[in-house]
Design a protein around this ligand. Structure first.
Ligand code: TZP
Ligand code: MG
Length: 221
């Protein structure tokens, strides 16, 4: 099976919503449903950090969210946990620099699942591409309190560096992105924005998803 096309990946990245149970103040299944109605284009299940579910509870919760995504044709990506991604037959997996190598993960998942890799410098971007990543996450763009061990914010510098090196890998910016500060990520070469709290903690998750969709699409070429 051939890898998923770059165009298809680009079309999934505009509003990439990431969430786990500890990112929500209200019922996570409702938050996800509202986010989908508002216009998210991709979802990542990221169950980690303080109070995160484990074992069977984590699996059951993942299945609930995956079902919501399935019904609504939103691809479901699993953060970190390759075994869970395979067990659920998720649409893809997202890994960081401290996880198994992209090369190993690509071997395990085959070509018809999406592989995303978090990167923080040009070398990591090049390595991720060489090892089979479909897209890279770049961040933190702005400072964030959502990720306990987040590095310092770097703005859009790396996105610009990647594009000025004529590297065409699909890019999603992450970290502290809101409706108000999303546009530079796209103006400087990103294909989308990945957000947690701007949607998960919003008074109206659907409204923020809609606003993000609108602003990102207005800046995409
Ligand atoms: N990786 C880099 S920053 C971040 C992750 C998972 C957290 C993003 O959360 P928020 O609430 O959108 O800043
Ligand atoms: Mg990770």
């Amino acid at each position: 099976m051939k890898k998923i096309t770059k165009k298809k990946i680009e079309n999934l990245l505009p509003v990439y919503f990431i969430m786990g149970s500890n990112n929500c103040q209200s019922e996570p299944t409702l938050v996800l449903q509202q986010a989908i109605k508002g216009g998210i284009t991709l979802f990542q299940f990221r169950e980690k950090g303080t109070g995160a579910l484990t074992g069977n509870e984590k699996i059951k919760f993942a299945e609930q969210l995956q079902n919501i995504c399935r019904i609504n044709n939103i691809p479901f990506i699993v953060n970190d946990d390759v075994d869970l991604a395979l067990a659920l037959d998720a649409d893809g997996i997202h890994i960081g620099q401290d996880d198994e190598s992209a090369e190993q993960v690509r071997q395990k998942i085959g070509n018809n699942k999406i592989l995303g890799v978090s990167t923080h410098n040009l070398e990591e971007v090049k390595k991720a591409i060489a090892e089979g990543a479909d897209y890279v996450g770049i961040g933190p763009i702005y400072s964030t309190t959502t990720k306990e061990d987040a590095k310092t914010a770097q703005g859009t510098a790396l996105i610009q560096e990647v594009r000025s090196n004529n590297i065409e890998i699909p890019i999603v910016g992450i970290g502290g992105i809101t409706v108000k500060n999303a546009s530079p990520v796209i103006e400087h070469g990103g294909n989308g924005v990945a957000v947690i709290s701007e949607i998960s903690l919003a008074e109206d998750p659907g409204e923020n998803a809609m606003k993000l969709n609108k602003v990102v699409k207005s800046f995409l070429k």
